[in-house]
Design a protein around this ligand. Structure first.
Ligand code: FES
Length: 150
């Protein structure tokens, strides 16, 4: 059901843990299954210097969290915001169709953590932050909801 890369990231996930005094934290839940992911970002001069995550979820959620931390580490906020759940799935070499919804957690957690960082910076309005992070008014990722509900 899962390819070797997915199994490898599930068995040996990268960047698991927490960052003390993180610049931004994003906690999201998957409405389909109830799984939860928390993403911690350390951001300096607009660059994601460090990222850690904790996922209470299935193997696909853990593998997608793991690989997405690798994909955004060292990137700018704007680059990280361009990461889609499809990019994450492609990087893993694919997921079984019934597990595709699991990949939205990572994308959503990154967007939510960046929004948290921007709020703490205090120089953008809430509307501007939600727009930039492509989150709807509830702080959730509208794109992810579309994918989840398909
Ligand atoms: Fe919940 Fe995979 S079954 S994220």
């Amino acid at each position: 059901m899962y390819n070797e890369k997915v199994i490898e990231h599930y068995s040996n996930p990268r960047n698991v843990g927490e960052i003390e005094n993180a610049s931004g934290i994003g906690e999201v839940g998957n409405p389909v299954c109830g799984d939860i992911m928390k993403m911690y970002l350390q951001i300096e001069d607009g660059i994601i210097k460090d990222v850690k995550f904790k996922t209470f979820g299935c193997g696909a959620a853990i593998a997608t969290s793991s690989i997405s931390t690798e994909l955004i580490k060292g990137k700018t906020i704007d680059e990280a915001l361009k990461l889609t759940n499809k990019d994450v799935v492609d990087e893993l070499g694919g997921l079984p169709p019934v597990k595709l919804h699991c990949s939205v957690l990572a994308e959503e957690a990154i967007r939510t953590a960046i929004a948290d960082y921007l709020r703490k910076q205090g120089n953008m309005t809430e509307e501007e932050i939600l727009e930039k992070c492509k989150l709807d008014k509830g702080g959730q990722c509208s794109h992810c909801h579309d994918v989840v509900e398909e």
